[in-house]
Design a protein around this ligand. Structure first.
Ligand code: AP5
Length: 213
């Protein structure tokens, strides 16, 4: 277990969820995904979910105050470091995060746009436990059924081609500038996110290990 706060950056479909969950387990970090938390809120129909739903379905960003509130709630009283997947999403969120805690490392997963579109169209997500699959690159043992909890695997409502393109547009406009933000602090590591899933993981794990030494 290490005490380190990490933000995982990268385009939609770059592998943040796939790699972030595994790295959190190996390094004993709390895994916090704003996308998962927001989808859970939408599913339960909470006041937050009701407000977030239309932004998520159209590929836009949920208003900053709603998402920052979520992060504050999750970070409060944490006794270990965390890995943030999907937050911050813009410069304002990054500044708000600085007010909550110190970030030690930003990992930026780099993947070509064509690859991202291919990945997301064939992604399937467990409705119950959020485990992520891919019809070709990471298929479940039984078609349509989660290996972990036997929940139903679905295509996310924002994984249609037009919404994927909007998410990519928003990513380039709002999120990509964060790479420069963390570069100026000297804490960003760019990692090639293409290739075998295990190989990409090895690159991430070695960056985390060398950072903590
Ligand atoms: P969020 O859930 O964060 O979505 P995202 O950033 O678009 O990222 P994804 O979850 O689509 O992809 P990923 O990078 O995790 O890739 P994955 O590992 O699944 O956010 C959704 C929405 O919520 C946003 O659009 C916004 O509306 C809202 N939101 C969230 N956070 C917010 C915030 N901070 N502020 C405001 N709004 C916010 O992999 C993708 C696929 O590829 C999978 O099928 C996987 O199996 C496969 N794959 C992974 N790695 C590889 C590999 N190396 N080779 C081949 N296939 C691979």
């Amino acid at each position: 277990m290490i005490f380190m706060n990490i933000v995982l950056l990268g385009a939609p479909g770059s592998g943040k969820g796939t790699q972030g969950k595994r790295a959190s387990e190996e390094f004993g970090l709390a895994y916090i995904s704003t996308g998962d938390l927001l989808r859970e809120a939408v599913k339960k129909g909470t006041p937050l979910g009701v407000k977030a739903k239309s932004y998520m379905e159209s590929g836009g960003l949920v208003p900053d105050d709603l998402v920052v509130g979520l992060i504050k709630e999750k970070a409060r009283g944490l006794q270990k470091g965390f890995l943030l997947d999907g937050f911050p999403r813009n410069i304002l969120q990054a500044k708000m995060l600085d007010e909550i805690t110190k970030i030690d490392l930003a990992i930026n997963l780099q993947v070509d746009e064509d690859e991202v579109i291919q990945r997301l169209g064939k992604r399937r997500t467990c409705q119950k436990c959020n485990a992520v699959y891919h019809l070709e690159n990471k298929p479940p043992k039984k078609t349509g059924v989660c290996d972990v909890c036997e929940g139903e695997l679905i295509l996310r409502t924002d994984d249609t081609e037009s919404v994927i393109r909007e998410r990519l547009r928003v990513y380039k406009e709002k999120t990509l500038p964060l790479t420069e933000f963390y570069e100026k602090r000297g804490i960003i590591k760019n990692i090639k996110g293409q290739g075998d899933i295990n190989e990409v993981y090895s690159r991430i794990a070695s960056v985390i290990r060398s950072h903590k030494e």
